[in-house]
Design a protein around this ligand. Structure first.
Ligand code: GRF
Length: 192
């Protein structure tokens, strides 16, 4: 991806489906002076996604798409992204898999955060699986998005030890905290 040279921020959309703690954190990060992005749009497939309140709190435009007709929805999203001059997409707990065509149009400009040490545990229930397999470490990964689920090139990864008393819940909390450090760090790495 092109490095940032001037003061102009990269117009960014964040896609969410749930609690939106990563969105909240990215909004905070986007307000720091020396950061490369401005968040200009939040997209969700869930109208009741709790995280949407963070868009409201910061007066960021938000839009809900129900994805009933997937192709049609992606077309509409692309039109909106163009209208809003969005150049970069951060997926943050977004539970839909974008099509190859959509990803191609944004060629290399979509990233995602995933709560495991990829390539381990693509998909859901990552913490349960790490515990079940008696792994010693877990963590999170920010990666480029390709049409194959959780499979694009890794940008940054951070790991933590799994304690003897940890369960899926405690791990989810710990890893989420880690995610909030990793996502901004990955964005800095991409653009500087
Ligand atoms: C995070 O664990 C993220 O890695 C995963 O979904 C969760 C979203 O959490 N893809 P939040 O909605 O950002 O709080």
């Amino acid at each position: 991806m092109e490095k940032l040279t001037g003061p102009k921020k990269i117009r960014t959309a964040v896609f969410i489906s749930g609690a939106g703690s990563n969105l909240k954190n990215l909004i905070k990060f986007s307000k720091i002076k020396k950061n490369p992005i401005s968040i200009d749009l939040v997209i969700s497939n869930i109208s009741k996604a709790k995280g949407l309140k963070y868009a409201d709190q910061s007066s960021i435009d938000k839009k809900i798409f129900n994805f009933e007709n997937f192709k049609d929805t992606e077309k509409k999203i692309l039109i909106l992204l163009k209208k809003k001059k969005i150049k970069f997409i951060c997926l943050a707990g977004f539970m839909k898999i974008l099509s190859n065509d959509f990803i191609k149009i944004f060629n290399g400009k979509i990233i995602n955060i995933h709560p495991s040490l990829l390539p381990k545990y693509k998909g859901l229930n990552t913490h349960e699986r790490a515990i079940k397999n008696k792994d010693k470490f877990t963590g999170c990964t920010v990666h480029h998005v390709t049409a194959r689920l959780d499979s694009g090139k890794v940008i940054l990864q951070k790991k933590i030890k799994i304690g003897a008393k940890d369960n899926a819940n405690s791990l989810a909390k710990k890893v989420l905290k880690l995610e909030h450090k990793l996502y901004p760090a990955a964005i800095m790495k991409i653009f500087y």
